[in-house]
Design a protein. Structure first.
Length: 382
């Protein structure tokens, strides 16, 4: 088994298929986890895939990132022939290995970690989609590696008990489960000055923040948006905020942008924004909407980000996704996932406001690092 004293292995290795600059809830929460662990005295190394033009070994926001070359992809899953060597390099000085699922290399990393005497924790970010033939193929490819990693893991972090209940994988390893939402970037939970008052003559502003990806079900939102202005009797705009062209393995964004272009300026694609830009943008929004219906959506960090700026949310009533609204009351859930149900939910919040509003202090208590990073912090200390 592994050598070296425990005190010499206080670091953490995070293994995931993609990392920054790739933007997704998984990469954003992994970066925040790395920051929190580092501040707690546990330096983090990330082992991930190498996008075109990236260095093999670099520092990103104080985190060492080791990148393995990608030979090809099966759907979104990168095939990395030399990933084992990358993982072994990253394991030096690490006592804990965190594997973020979905990850086709999960078994490889878990086996290497256990052979080297490291503790293993899985971050079960989400179930895999079955919406398309390609997604079903990816799920089949990852099934065995995930099962092996689950059997070897000491602990498995899942966003919520209801999300675990609808997952076959989680039910198989229920004795290892630890429930905690994904880490939220500290920037959004910090106290900030009150925004200036809005001009009452401005249109109401609805926003969707996230990738223009298939799993987000933006067709539902665009259809529900039709007729909303007429029902409210005042101008309303819908801003789509997030990357489109850079989404790996998808081109659904083309149809979304085409519909936006036909809206006469009522639906706008603002493109991606940095965290600082998003923090400044949220207070200008009247409502945030997360219309996802796919199994790939397990929480939605953007809901908490928006709430911290005082913005109510509407989201699909699905396991995991519903937790921010259920726990805060700062919004409305809609079910079933039909345009009419979503339109009614948006109307209700824009007319009457959310059932309650919560302060940043309350949100920090619910979704701050002492909650979201607890499974990692507890395990790395033992």
């Amino acid at each position: 088994m592994g050598s070296g004293k425990a005190k010499d292995r206080q670091g953490v290795l995070l293994a995931l298929s993609y990392y920054l600059p790739n933007v997704s809830g998984l990469t954003i929460s992994a970066a925040e986890l790395a920051r929190v662990l580092g501040e707690a005295g546990h330096p983090v190394t990330v082992a991930t895939s190498r996008p075109n033009g990236a260095l093999r070994d670099e520092m990103v926001d104080g985190v060492r990132v080791l990148r393995a070359g990608v030979l090809a992809r099966i759907g979104k899953a990168p095939l990395m022939p030399f990933y084992a060597a990358t993982v072994m390099r990253g394991m030096r000085g690490a006592g804990l290995v965190g594997i973020h699922l979905p990850n086709a290399d999960a078994a490889l990393v878990a086996i290497l970690a256990r052979l080297m005497g490291r503790k293993v924790i899985l971050s079960y970010a989400c179930a895999m989609s079955t919406a398309t033939p390609g997604a079903r193929l990816m799920r089949a490819v990852a099934a065995l590696p995930h099962l092996v990693a689950g059997a070897l893991a000491h602990r498995i972090q899942v966003v919520s008990a209801d999300y675990a209940a609808q997952s076959t994988f989680c039910r198989l390893f229920r004795r290892k489960l630890a429930f905690a939402p994904p880490p939220i970037p500290a920037l959004f939970l910090a106290d900030r000055p009150a925004p200036p008052p809005r001009n009452p003559g401005q249109p109401l502003r609805i926003a969707y923040v996230g990738r223009l990806a298939r799993q987000k079900n933006l067709d539902l939102l665009l259809t529900a948006f039709d007729g909303l202005q007429e029902a409210l009797g005042r101008p309303v705009v819908l801003d789509l905020i997030g990357p489109a062209e850079d989404i790996i393995g998808e081109d659904d964004w083309k149809a979304v942008l085409a519909r936006a272009g036909q809206s006469g300026g009522r639906i706008r694609h603002l493109g991606p924004r940095t965290p600082a830009e998003l923090a400044a943008l949220y207070p200008q929004i009247d409502l945030h909407v997360l219309p996802s219906t796919d199994r790939l959506e397990s929480f939605g960090l953007v809901q908490v980000e928006a709430m911290a700026a005082g913005v109510p949310c509407v989201a699909t009533d699905r396991p995991g996704m519903a937790e921010p609204i259920r726990q805060t009351g700062m919004g409305c859930l809609f079910s079933p996932a039909t345009p009419e149900a979503l339109r009614e939910a948006m109307l209700r919040i824009l007319r009457d406001g959310p059932p309650r509003r919560v302060s940043p202090a309350e949100l920090r208590a619910l979704f701050g690092p002492q909650t979201t990073c607890a499974p990692y912090l507890d395990l790395v200390k033992t």
